[in-house]
Write a protein that binds this ligand. Structure first.
Ligand SMILES: [Zn+2]
Length: 153
């Protein structure tokens, strides 16, 4: 007898393994009859709690299918990196001021870009364009701060 989040849904058969899995319609892509995952508040790329960045609609947890929940995590990373990039460009004070963090952010966004490019055709949560633009901006920032005498040609 364990009380879970859905005491009124006892008619569902017991679900093995993950307690966060339900079957139904994905809130992002609208796919039906898929396993769903509740995307809870977590940590963003900078290890900060996601809650600080959330928009009003994010206060209501949604249910996503597996690819969409992965994409949701990427969306969160892209948005928080973008936010820090804007701060960096505006006044130079940002978590991306650290070059190692900046490099890490670039490789992470590169990974996300590969995912959105080769992945599914539908990207409800994370437009590939948004990722591509962020990557370009990050690379420009990096290029601008590399010491000119040490460029490799
Ligand atoms: Zn989905």
């Amino acid at each position: 007898m364990s009380d879970d989040d859905h005491p009124s849904h006892q008619d569902h058969p017991p679900i093995p393994a993950s307690p966060q899995v339900l079957s139904g319609i994905c809130d992002a892509c609208g796919k039906e009859g898929v396993d769903l995952y509740k995307v809870s508040l977590g940590k963003d790329f900078f290890n900060r709690t996601y809650d600080r960045l959330s928009h009003t609609e994010d206060l209501h947890p949604k249910w996503f299918c597996s690819p969409c929940s992965l994409e949701k995590g990427y969306q969160r990373d892209v948005r928080s990196i973008h936010q820090e990039l804007e701060k960096l460009v505006a006044n130079g004070s940002s978590l991306l001021s650290e070059e190692t963090t900046l490099l890490h952010a670039i490789s992470h966004v590169e990974k996300i870009e590969k995912y959105v490019k080769k992945g599914r055709k539908i990207h409800v949560l994370l437009p590939p364009r948004e990722v591509g633009l962020l990557l370009i901006e990050l690379q420009q920032v990096l290029a601008a701060r590399l010491p000119t005498e040490d460029t490799q040609h």
